[in-house]
Design a protein around this ligand. Structure first.
Ligand code: SF4
Length: 358
């Protein structure tokens, strides 16, 4: 599993505090040089048991094709040229519409076989408030272009839980997403991140966080609507048509080893977690070993976020029997074969359930 962080954006979204730089020609070259050097230096660490490549960001669709090609050629030179079982690229609707079909055909010929498009909402007022570059019409056009170019595995990202997102507007966004019939939908509840514009607005009293009830209502609406439309709710924030689970992300939840390349990217293997610092080039790598307690907690949290759940033997060996019994009695935990899982109607309070278990 290889992740590459492409740290460029043309504008910065209100809620985001990911590491990202303004896209410039010099920046692209500086970054590509750094990543190619890192690939050569770290190639031996790559574990290809799950042969996936994920380009995240930032906005990977901002990176010129020649730079993307250079990165892929360097991977190939180091024995990791694909084809990948799953090669996902995050894209922005505006880039897709601007660059059009020739760009998309090039992505396909470079091996990209899954696209994750950050739509966030189909409401233009809300998109402007988020400082997104696209509007609803452009998002639909971008989706059409992706289909026309032959992409058969498209994911859409949506956000709920903003205090200024009315229930009716959220329902309309879900309806439009379903109409497009993407293979995958990820829906994240808004969190106010450390250094985002939104965090400053919150501090200055210009934004109020949504209530728990509002978030819960919107999450329930989402689960119901996507379930009725035939989507499987296979992880708290992720839904897919049968057979279209995101394999790379599943690898994260199963705690498989992965290498993260590029500024601010994280890596994981054994009980070691590492991360690059956030500079375009010359970034440094730091790592730490997880204690047995940290590992246990991480395994519990990641597995219980999925509809498959956590292995019963693991849970029984590491959590108090009384806590498990109470949760099962209250319907917050279900035994299914060799696993315990949190049922969908309790996903929203999974953090509390996990706290009960540790
Ligand atoms: S959400 Fe995506 S496009 Fe927006 S600022 Fe963050 S990384 Fe850039």
């Amino acid at each position: 599993m290889i992740y590459i962080h492409i740290p460029f954006c043309r504008s910065f979204c209100t809620y985001c505090d990911f590491y990202s730089e303004k896209a410039t020609a010099e920046g692209f070259t500086e970054f590509t040089d750094a990543v190619c050097e890192e690939i050569r230096r770290r190639a031996l660490e790559f574990d290809t048991s799950l042969n996936t490549l994920y380009l995240g960001g930032g906005t990977p669709s901002q990176l010129p094709l020649q730079d993307l090609t250079r990165i892929l050629l360097t991977l190939e030179e180091c024995g990791h040229g694909g084809p990948f079982t799953e090669f996902t690229m995050e894209v922005n609707p505006e880039d897709i519409v601007e660059r059009g079909l020739p760009y998309l055909h090039s992505l396909r010929s470079l091996g990209v076989n899954r696209v994750s498009m950050g739509v966030q909402s189909f409401d233009d007022g809300l998109l402007r408030w988020m400082n997104r570059r696209h509007d609803s019409e452009r998002a639909c056009r971008a989706f059409g272009l992706l289909r026309e170019a032959g992409f058969g595995n498209i994911g859409l990202d949506l956000i709920f839980g903003l205090s200024n997102l009315e229930d009716a507007v959220w329902e309309e966004t879900i309806k439009k997403a379903i109409e497009l019939h993407p293979e995958h939908i990820s829906c994240y509840q808004l969190t106010v991140e450390g250094d985002s514009v939104l965090a400053h607005r919150l501090e200055n009293g210009e934004y109020t966080e949504a209530s728990d009830e509002q978030c819960r209502r919107q999450y329930d609406t989402l689960c119901r609507a996507l379930g009725e439309a035939g989507y499987l709710h296979y992880e708290i924030s992720n839904f897919c048509l049968p057979g279209f689970e995101a394999r790379h992300n599943q690898g994260y939840w199963e705690r498989r080893p992965y290498v993260g390349l590029g500024p601010s990217a994280h890596s994981f293997g054994g009980n070691v977690r590492g991360w690059n610092s956030s500079e375009l080039s010359g970034y440094t790598y730091t790592q730490e070993s997880l204690s047995p307690e940290d590992e246990k907690m991480e395994k519990l949290m990641l597995s219980l976020r999925t509809s498959k759940g956590a292995q019963a033997s693991f849970l029984e060996a590491n959590c108090p029997a009384s806590a498990i019994a109470t949760l099962v009695k209250n319907g917050a935990l279900q035994r299914q074969g060799a696993y315990y899982r949190i049922p969908e109607d309790h996903f929203f309070v999974s953090d509390e359930i996990i706290r009960e278990l540790v």
